[in-house]
Write a protein that binds this ligand. Structure first.
Ligand SMILES: NC(=O)c1ccc[n+]([C@@H]2O[C@H](COP(=O)([O-])OP(=O)(O)OC[C@H]3O[C@@H](n4cnc5c(N)ncnc54)[C@H](OP(=O)(O)O)[C@@H]3O)[C@@H](O)[C@H]2O)c1
Length: 242
């Protein structure tokens, strides 16, 4: 897509600012409009990106041209709602996650059938700049992305916290525990990138009757895998409710 499209981002908070910065880095001219701005300025734009909180969407009084591309990152605001309020049909719903702040995010996105390939390419270019992205084949998958990747950083932080607490329970001071845990995670992730078969990787660390097996027995007895499944199921159900 040529960089001569007029783009507005409505809502310049945490996510809106990330979108604006990435668009600028991609050399797209962009108009950022926050609460105290006249959002009517978005009405002449070819692309309008909605980054307000879901509860503020109803306050957006906009008369957009019918062929405006609307990209929404608002959680829980469905395509039906966007269509009905803004009277547009070219809509992309996207769900980014927080590591987008450091260009290591994941963005799952779904486009209505009215969105042309050129517009999809634009969206993909923006989302890939924020990290990595995936086009979804149906809107419900946005709820799955929310449960897996949107909320995901908190699962990872929570797990790291428990790992550090486990090290502290063995008597380590916090700084030593963090150093050991962070490097172990970093190294393990690098190995996963090289060899994606996790069973093989687990077996390569856990020898029969050894220390790793003793720890893994506890994870299995407490059914850690089931806990993850239930936690994500719960996030998915909540995403559908919102
Ligand atoms: N944060 C995340 O990790 C994340 C991840 C995925 C999706 N999202 C979605 O991204 C959206 C934004 O989240 P956020 O965390 O960036 O929220 P945020 O930091 O609160 O940003 C929202 C911005 O919109 C402004 N705003 C409110 N009403 C407005 C209006 N009528 N016109 C123009 N601007 C208006 C707010 O101004 P005031 O503060 O003055 O009200 C604020 O600056 C949400 O819908 C959320 O579901 C967020």
């Amino acid at each position: 897509m040529k960089n001569n499209k007029k783009i507005a981002v409505i809502g310049c908070g945490v996510m809106g600012t990330i979108l604006i910065n990435n668009l600028k880095e991609l050399k797209f001219p962009v108009l950022g409009l926050d609460k105290d701005d006249d959002i009517k300025q978005a009405e002449g734009c070819d692309i309008v990106i909605l980054a307000v909180k879901p509860q503020d969407f109803k306050n957006l009084n906009l008369k957009l041209a019918k062929d405006t591309l609307v990209i929404s990152i608002m959680a829980g605001i469905t395509i039906v709602k966007i269509k009905s309020q803004l009277k547009v049909t070219k809509i992309i719903r996207a769900m980014p996650n927080m590591p987008a702040r450091i260009n290591q995010g994941f963005v799952g996105w779904y486009a209505t059938k009215h969105v042309a390939n050129d517009d999809k390419n634009f969206a993909e270019q923006l989302f890939n700049k924020m990290g990595d992205s995936m086009e979804l084949s149906n809107e419900d998958s946005i709820n799955k992305v929310t449960a897996i990747a949107g909320s995901g950083p908190a699962y990872v932080f929570h797990t790291i916290q428990s790992y550090i607490n486990g090290a502290k329970a063995l008597g380590l001071k916090e700084s030593d525990a963090k150093k050991m845990v962070f490097q172990t995670i970093k190294g393990s992730l690098a190995m996963v990138n090289e060899q994606t078969d996790l069973d093989t990787l687990i077996k390569s660390v856990a020898s029969k009757g050894g220390t790793t097996e003793a720890a893994l027995k506890v994870f299995n007895k407490k059914n850690a895998a089931k806990i993850w499944e239930q936690a994500m199921g719960s996030a998915y159900n909540r995403a559908k409710e919102l």
